[in-house]
Design a protein around this ligand. Structure first.
Ligand code: C2E
Ligand code: MG
Ligand code: MG
Ligand code: MG
Length: 290
């Protein structure tokens, strides 16, 4: 791989500059194969409405178990896919698997939605809305049961073109969420003008809110801002009961995090669902105290 000399003379690995080395090209080839062979796994992490304790849906997250290198986290292979033209097939694979699973939960009586992440380049893909419409038709999942999660920065790359894609998706009836909310640079005015339904407060704020007054203040403001703009507010990265309780009191609409469940393989999720469709009162103390 490529290395760069620093002032101290050390050689430092820079993945972003690691363009066309044999290692990188081999990894890109393997990722392409994994997508083609449907070996890229999709796991599901539940979202819970803390006011009722009901599971309302799940976020689909991609997992890659490389045959030789083992588990490679999405924070590594998603950028690789973005830079190598594989993001389109990857996104379509995840959408396809997620919608099929969602259809099967719904067939077995669970009124659940599913959320899929979109990368910056997906917003520049002008036939994404048509593909999404076709997949919804094929699986029979109603548009409102699909949420697409995007980041503020992904819109900034080409706001005009991204907005056109978002408007078309929104017209289909699909829900749009701003992911990692609070970490981007977009203006409040832009947030007002985007056709979005939901903001997901980034886990970096949520994870420390039970112990850090400043993080708690930021989360409180984000919940209020979201509600002032008529958006649903989701907190990701909720790891303990204290944080769950705080967020419930703040009026946060949905909760996602290890406290409720880690992301699960589809079969394990279906089993989990049977036992947890309503998170019992012992895990939702705000109801037993009310
Ligand atoms: P994200 O969309 O913000 O997803 C939430 C991440 O937080 C996931 O990491 C999830 O496993 C993790 N998480 C959830 N609850 C907790 C918690 O309580 N504590 C902690 N420490 N972490 C928690 P993951 O699966 O590693 O994914 C990382 C990022 O990779 C995602 O962030 C998303 O941006 C991207 N990604 C994953 N799958 C896909 C995909 O299919 N397509 C695209 N475009 N991006 C994806
Ligand atoms: Mg997400
Ligand atoms: Mg996020
Ligand atoms: Mg994130």
């Amino acid at each position: 791989y490529s290395a760069k000399d620093t002032r101290s003379g050390e050689r430092v690995y820079h993945p972003s500059q690691d363009r066309n080395t044999p290692t990188r090209l081999a990894l890109i080839g393997d990722l392409g194969q994994a997508i083609d062979h449907r070996d890229l796994q999709v796991v599901f992490q539940p979202k819970v409405d803390p006011a009722t304790g009901h599971v309302t849906g799940a976020e689909a997250l991609a997992r890659w178990h490389h045959p030789e290198q083992g588990f490679i986290p999405p924070d590594q292979f998603i950028p690789l896919a973005e830079q190598s033209g594989l993001i389109r097939p990857l996104t379509l694979h995840v959408l396809d698997v997620a919608l099929r699973r969602c259809a099967s939960w719904r067939r077995t009586g669970h009124d659940l939605g599913v959320a899929v992440n979109l990368s910056p380049n997906s917003l520049l893909d002008t036939d994404l809305p048509d593909v999404v419409a076709r997949l919804l038709r094929e699986t029979g999942v109603p548009p409102h049961a699909l949420t697409l999660e995007i980041t503020e920065s992904s819109i900034m790359a080409d706001p005009t073109r991204s907005l056109r894609t978002l408007d078309r998706l929104h017209t289909l009836g699909v829900k749009l969420a701003i992911d990692d909310f609070g970490t981007g640079y977009s203006s409040l005015g832009r947030l007002r003008d985007l056709p979005i339904d939901e903001v997901k407060i980034d886990k970096s704020f949520v994870q420390r809110m039970a112990v850090d007054r400043r993080d708690r203040a930021l989360v409180t403001s984000a919940v209020q801002l979201g509600h002032a703009l008529d958006l649903e507010v989701v907190a990701e990265g909720v790891e303990d009961l204290d944080t769950y309780t705080h967020l419930t009191r703040e009026g946060c609409n949905l909760i996602q995090g290890y406290y409720v469940s880690r992301p699960l393989p589809a079969d394990a999720f279906a089993t989990w669902l049977r036992d947890h469709e309503v998170i019992p009162a012992s895990r939702a103390p705000e109801r037993s105290r009310a």
